[in-house]
Design a protein around this ligand. Structure first.
Ligand code: KG4
Ligand code: ZN
Length: 356
């Protein structure tokens, strides 16, 4: 087994010429394994989605997710190694998402990663899932700090200032629902299915975004926080009223109007935050970063304001292990390794390091 450590002048130094990290992501409903070279090059990124298993329940069933991860994790690791034409002996470190997420789902990845790191005698790296989403941007782009990141996923909506690797300053966050959660709930009330974001994204293309008048929650003057529960209630009230009156509604108009309301607030607050902190580079992260309207409107508005907007390719916006391997690389070069008693932490916060 090759360990890439060299003893030089009594200090442990890392040889950085070619670091291959095997990364595991099992925090929710995707079993994913990637191998990333030097934090940038994706040698393989296998994503085995469990979405069809959860669709008939209208959302992720945690117990089913854990069982599926157990079934899939070893075959997916083997598939990743085969696709990259590598063996475990070529791997320099094992990285894993240890939070936030579903505890049973996280445990499958964490236990597997610990076993692999121990057996292979290579470092173990614990990665925060949201940090992974942010680092998907570093796979695709050469970014210069400082960077403002709009994180929009199923569980998070946050504006974060990043001045250097691994430091996160929270500028604003949602006070109730996350943006992705609002997409999912509105999609469910329209009977579209799960996950709702991509379905609303598609339906909205056929609708008029001014077809239904819906609120925008800008909150108090200057606030960089978000709130989406009022908008969600407005959509539900609109649907209930139409049902009581026996009126048929135009689903595409409602989807387009809802999406416009969400993107208006996200775009305006992101531009305002960038100006407020004087940052020129803006990145988008998380599942909702796949939303076409958000990407297009934020790009246009950023350009108008002399800012550069970056976002990951679609496949790296939703959950995947490549982003975990990218984040892990910067921890590897700092020597920030996790102990073999690393635990799954369902409520892990961004920037928090909790090793027991
Ligand atoms: O980042 P992610 O895959 O998982 C979490 O870490 O939460 O995000 C999933 C969320 C879901 O709420 C899903 O509906 C939303 O991202 N999403 C989208 C789109 N694709 C995924 N929302 C809007 N438009 C999309 N195209
Ligand atoms: Zn995610």
């Amino acid at each position: 087994m090759v360990r890439r450590f060299e003893e030089q002048k009594g200090e442990s130094r890392l040889k950085l010429e070619e670091i291959k990290i095997l990364a595991i992501e099992t925090s929710c409903d995707e079993t994913s394994v990637a191998i990333i070279k030097n934090g940038k090059e994706i040698l393989t990124n296998i994503i085995s989605s469990q979405i069809p298993c959860h669709q008939k329940f209208g959302g992720v069933v945690p117990e089913i997710a854990s069982r599926k991860h157990v079934e899939l994790i070893n075959p997916v690791i083997q598939e990743a190694l085969d696709e990259a034409s590598l063996t475990l002996a070529d791997i320099d470190a094992v990285a894993v998402t240890y939070g936030p997420g579903l505890v049973g789902a996280l445990l499958v990845g964490v236990s597997t990663a610990k076993a692999l790191a121990f057996a292979m005698d290579v470092p173990l790296i614990g990665v925060n899932h949201m940090e992974g989403h942010i680092y998907a941007n570093f796979l695709a782009n050469d970014l210069e700090f400082p960077v403002l990141c709009l994180v929009v996923s199923g569980g998070h909506t946050e504006l974060i200032l990043i001045r250097e690797h691994g430091t996160y300053e929270l500028l604003g966050k949602t006070r109730d629902d996350a943006a992705g959660e609002a997409f999912d709930k509105v999609a469910r009330s329209l009977g579209l299915g799960y996950p709702g974001g991509p379905l609303i994204d598609k339906l909205a293309k056929e609708g008029n975004p001014e077809g239904v008048v819906l609120p925008r929650a800008y909150l108090e003057e200057g606030s960089l926080d978000f709130s989406f529960s009022g908008l969600k209630s407005a959509v539900l009230n609109y649907l209930n009223r139409a049902q009581q009156k026996g009126e048929t509604i135009n689903q595409a108009d409602l989807a387009a109007s809802f999406q416009r309301s969400v993107t208006d607030v996200l775009v305006n607050k992101t531009i305002r935050a960038a100006k407020q902190v004087g940052v020129k580079n803006v990145i988008l992260a998380g599942g909702v970063a796949a939303n076409v309207e958000l990407r297009e409107r934020l790009s246009a508005k950023a350009e108008d304001n002399g800012l550069a907007l970056y976002y990951p390719p679609l496949v790296l916006c939703t959950d995947n292990a490549a982003m975990i391997g990218a984040a892990a690389y910067y921890k590897f070069i700092k020597g920030d390794f996790a102990p073999l008693n690393l635990n799954a932490l369902p409520n892990l916060k961004l920037g928090e390091k909790k090793y027991f």
